[in-house]
Design a protein around this ligand. Structure first.
Ligand SMILES: Nc1ncnc2c1ncn2[C@@H]1O[C@H](COP(=O)(O)OP(=O)(O)OP(=O)(O)O)[C@@H](O)[C@H]1O
Ligand SMILES: [Mg+2]
Length: 357
């Protein structure tokens, strides 16, 4: 093999191992070549689609064909950010791509998926914000809690010295209200017992909560769609029960108050491989989806839904989801949601590797 061939072999290997998707088109915008990263990203096989027009295989927008041809004609490279692609599989992707004409008849395309990146930075920002809010509420809760013991003790002393027993009603009110405030503040401070992690079966947790919910709301039809091959999870069982109960109870309340005709709750579990949560990539992540067919969550909430004291219900304290989210953070996971009328889905994502990994 001469040195030119050796170089060609090396370039080929480089291209094949790159994580950037690279495609080569001719002047008819037909696919001449693509690397494995492009095959994976676009869900195409080079052997099957070689020489086919790229824009018949994936849908971008109407103007793209003309832009690519013009770039080739004028030998002028261009970059497009956040373009939406629709693949033959029906999946959609957001990508950045650069088109570089390398001769009169050859156009090189480099395609970089954005969805993952956008999602990762969004999750990181979200986690940082929630951390700040947690520190703020904890500080505030702590300050509120401090004088409560004193007020309660003083009311008790006062009660002992009262001449008119009818006035005891007032000291009772003070004591009861102080207790109510203390309970509220305690739940704002979040779960305070030491986290006890052990191997647990997520389906047992879900079944436990399903039994509790059925006792409270017998009219809700619970549909299970479990992945029985999910391995054991490392976590604190009673806390995960709490988190899932908070979410399921919200769904039940929304369906009952929204007078949904046939209230239905789907519990779905799945394993996701090589999944990035926050900035960390995990080998295996457990996904639990809790889906209801209630009226949905109004658009205005966005991620503030997870903030403490944010509630859409007159009698709600707005702590359920903020507690659930902080429990998931303790498990290095997170909760996300999407909602439209008739379909509200809360997804819990929990890494499955043991702490030793
Ligand atoms: N599945 C759902 N469908 C419709 N709205 C929901 C759903 N889940 C949550 N919500 C909305 O999100 C709000 C916040 O929920 P969160 O559990 O944090 O507080 P809460 O239910 O109002 O009070 P708490 O749980 O502390 O009693 C709810 O008040 C409700 O408006
Ligand atoms: Mg709630």
């Amino acid at each position: 093999m001469n040195s030119r061939d050796q170089h060609l072999g090396m370039y080929q290997r480089l291209l094949e191992h790159m994580s950037t998707a690279v495609l080569l088109l001719n002047d008819q915008l037909q696919l001449q070549w693509m690397n494995p990263a492009a095959e994976a990203l676009l869900a195409l096989s080079l052997a099957r689609v070689r020489a086919q027009a790229l824009l018949e295989l994936i849908h971008v927008d109407e103007t793209i064909g003309e832009r690519l041809s013009q770039s080739l004609r004028e030998r002028h490279p261009f970059t497009q950010r956040e373009a939406r692609l629709t693949l033959a599989t029906g999946d959609t992707l957001t990508v950045d791509y650069t088109a570089s004409p390398i001769s009169e008849h050859e156009l090189l395309l480099e395609v970089e998926p954005r969805d993952r990146l956008l999602r990762i930075s969004r999750e990181e920002a979200l986690q940082a914000r929630q951390e700040t809010i947690k520190i703020l509420t904890r500080g505030l809760a702590h300050e509120v809690k401090n004088p409560l013991g004193g007020i309660r003790g003083a009311a008790q002393l006062l009660e002992r010295d009262l001449q008119d027993p009818a006035q005891a009603e007032f000291t009772h009110i003070i004591i009861e209200e102080v207790d109510r405030l203390r309970d509220l503040v305690d739940s704002m401070l979040g779960p305070n017992h030491v986290v006890r992690h052990s191997a647990l079966n997520i389906h047992r947790v879900l079944e436990h909560v399903a039994v509790l919910l059925t006792a409270e709301y017998p009219c809700i039809n619970i549909i299970r769609d479990y992945d029985p091959s999910l391995p054991a999870l490392h976590g604190d069982e009673s806390q995960l029960i709490q988190a899932i109960l908070n979410i399921m109870r919200n769904a039940a309340q929304a369906m009952i108050e929204g007078t949904t005709e046939q209230p239905e709750l789907v519990l779905r579990t799945r394993a996701r491989r090589q999944f990035t949560l926050g900035a960390k990539r995990h080998r295996l992540v457990c996904k639990v989806a809790i889906i209801d067919n209630g009226p949905g969550i109004s658009d205005g909430f966005g991620e503030t839904l997870f903030y403490p004291m944010v509630s859409g219900r007159a009698e709600g304290s707005g702590l359920g989801l903020s507690i659930a989210q902080s429990i998931l953070h303790q498990h290095h996971g997170l909760i996300e949601y999407e909602s439209r009328p008739g379909h509200t889905e809360f997804r819990l994502l929990i890494p499955l590797e043991t702490p030793h990994d």
